[in-house]
Design a protein around this ligand. Structure first.
Ligand SMILES: Cc1cc2nc3c(=O)[nH]c(=O)nc-3n(C[C@H](O)[C@H](O)[C@H](O)COP(=O)(O)OP(=O)(O)OC[C@H]3O[C@@H](n4cnc5c(N)ncnc54)[C@H](O)[C@@H]3O)c2cc1C
Length: 323
């Protein structure tokens, strides 16, 4: 009995969502009275691997096979499943990130495990039960799901649990599972990076704008506000459909689902398909000139006003505050 956590790296570095998944997995291991092992794929500096010890991992298995240089769903899932077997892990944890969403069900199939994706709380494990609260219906509701399988896979929603330090001595061990050609049937040939300065899925603050901004020429103030806040920029679907902004910024049911600590929505009506991707944000601020805009119903703070007056004033106030 033990817990395994998959730690996704980007260019040799771990993101905050990884430390969050390790913190979460450590809490499960403690509740179970077992230990936590991490599995990392790719070339990662020892100092970066040691960071995982800060959040409770007592061992990290590292896989540095050249065939796994870029993310390949099937092959990565096979490696994580092999690591789980090697460690005798009965619970596998990973972040429900963009790649985690593809990976989690594949790991579950390979381990014949039950799967919870979109977990938002620690499991309740009293009396032999394993109950996990998770998002359902594109984030519009929660479900409490019971897993009865011997092996369990849990994909944690980013920003749902938080990063918790739990310093543990960590050992680093290399691991070389066999990579089957059948698991490399679809491989990434080229990665074209979106130009966003802050990565949208991982951003703590997101400044988003919609059709209320009238045209792409008006995004200067959105970018300036985002820059001052260290935020990523996002947009509604019609905005990216009209090519005012790149598709990588489109959030919602058919775009990226995000859960930042702060989501600022400017000139966005708050259609149900938009809310599906942003409603799990911790704090929502809405700026809209229509007091009846549906977005106000889910807002923590609402500003009824013209974006072309409100946003420049916000920028001015932030500059004064910073100065
Ligand atoms: C199957 C399906 C999937 C979809 N998926 C998505 C999705 O993933 N993401 C998504 O966003 N949408 C999605 N949509 C579209 C969605 O239904 C809405 O049409 C869309 O979200 C509206 O975008 P908007 O709020 O930018 O524009 P609008 O609905 O046109 O709203 C503009 C808002 O700006 C306000 N406004 C206007 N001028 C100003 C001003 N000067 N200052 C302040 N406020 C102003 C208006 O009051 C209005 O509330 C989907 C639709 C379907 C059918």
């Amino acid at each position: 009995m033990s817990v395994l956590v998959y730690v996704e790296q980007v260019e040799g570095k771990f993101k905050k969502s990884v430390f969050e998944a390790v913190s979460y997995a450590k809490a499960i291991a403690d509740a179970q009275g077992s230990s936590l092992t991490a599995i990392a794929i790719g070339n990662i500096e020892v100092s970066e691997l040691q960071e995982l010890g800060k959040y409770g991992a007592s061992k990290v298995l590292t896989v540095t096979d050249d065939q796994l240089k870029t993310f390949v769903n099937q092959a990565y899932a096979a490696v994580v499943a092999e690591a789980a077997k090697k460690e005798g892990a009965d619970i596998v944890v990973l972040s429900n990130s963009f790649s985690g969403k593809g990976l989690a069900p594949r790991i579950a199939v390979k381990l014949e495990a039950g799967l919870i994706d979109g977990a938002v709380e620690l499991p309740k494990m009293d009396g032999g039960q394993f109950l996990v609260k998770k998002t359902a219906f594109s984030g519009k509701a929660y479900a409490v799901t019971s897993l009865t399988s011997a092996i369990k896979v849990v994909a944690l929603n980013p920003n749902a649990y938080g990063v918790k330090e739990n310093a543990t001595e960590i050992s680093i061990e290399s691991f070389s599972p066999e990579v089957k050609a059948t698991d490399l049937a679809a491989i990434v040939k080229e990665i074209v990076r979106a130009t966003n300065k802050v990565s949208l899925p991982d951003a703590e603050i997101v400044v988003s704008a919609g059709r209320g901004l009238k045209g792409p020429e008006n995004w200067g103030m959105v970018e300036e506000l985002a820059g001052l806040l260290g935020a990523a920029t996002a947009c509604s679907k019609p905005v990216s459909d009209a090519d005012w902004r790149p598709h990588s910024e489109h959030v919602g049911q058919t775009g990226i689902a995000i859960s930042p600590n702060l989501y600022i929505a400017i000139g966005i009506s708050g259609a149900i398909q938009h809310l599906a991707g942003v409603s799990s944000s911790k704090v929502i601020v809405v700026i809209n000139k229509d007091p009846e805009a549906p977005f106000f119903k889910v807002a923590d703070y609402g500003i009824v006003g013209d974006a072309f007056e409100v946003v420049p004033r916000l920028i001015e106030a932030l500059k004064a505050h910073k100065g």
